[in-house]
Ligand binder design. Sequence first.
Ligand code: ASP
Length: 333
Amino acid sequence: MKKYLLGFISFTLLAFSSCQRATPRNEKIKGKYVLVIQGGAGVIEKKFMTPEKEKKYHDKLQQVIDSGVLILKRGGSALDAVTKCITLMEDSPLFNAGKGSVFNARGENEMDASIMDGKNLMAGAVANVHTIKNPILAARAVMEHTSHVLLISKGAELFAKKQGLQMEDSSYFFTEKRWKSYLMVKDKKSQGEKHGTVGAVALDKRGNLAAGTSTGGMTYKMYGRVGDSPIIGAGTYADDATCAVSCTGHGEFFIRNVVAFDIGALMKYSGLSLKEAANYLILIKLKKQGGNGGLIAVDRTGHFTMTFNTPGMFRAYATSEGFHGVAMYGDEK
Ligand code: ASP
């Protein structure tokens, strides 16, 4: 580990000294698209799966990535592809977001979401919402129809309602599986590291990047707790000059390390590649601190990464060059 760190530091210094050459160019890569989605990182291992459950996740991830690709293939925006993918995952009880959200310590669903447009650095987010069917749509509405970035609780819900977004009561968000996890943690039969997120990052044919993230947070979290997912720079970030990032994992660590922003910063100021920046943050920095999780990211040239320090991460990717895949375990490509 020490050797790796030393190597990393010397590489960083070298890269920094050649920063001039590594300065991002302004021209955009056109005609190419990339889409990557994530459905949460954690203890996702074959031994805890049944073939039926595995198939359900696989099919849903495939359906989600296909829907996003359709938008990008037809020349649609990265922002629309990201919004579509996240909406579909929020509607699925398989993931901890929207319909499948976990319960907080009061036995309520409390959701967070954010979205960012790399073209103009516009961003929108909602936190601590209970009644918005698709928090990602509310986040997008904040970005597009207000001069603010983050709305919370009742104010966010009132705004979403006025925007005509679909509202639901608590019975819609209830799932047996999440309730059982809540009771397990409450009865101290489980540690309560139960979390998850959905997210998407995309590069569109015009060379624009976008990222979005949505979550129910962490099981048995304190009432009022907000994680990294709605925090621009921590759980989500997109800048056409560098990359688009969506994080998943123990949110407090991602907030303290400003992970999503730091990926682009390491690329911009230290000349690291996307993969090097993600490996450093997730596999070295966060791991050392005990921060579990991962991220998906795509850079302005179309390189992408799906990096995690947990046993698995639900994920899928597709590019205009024909690369595509769906995976969940650590040893899968
Ligand atoms: N990052 C989310 C949170 O802390 C949870 C997760 O992604 O697993 O709220």
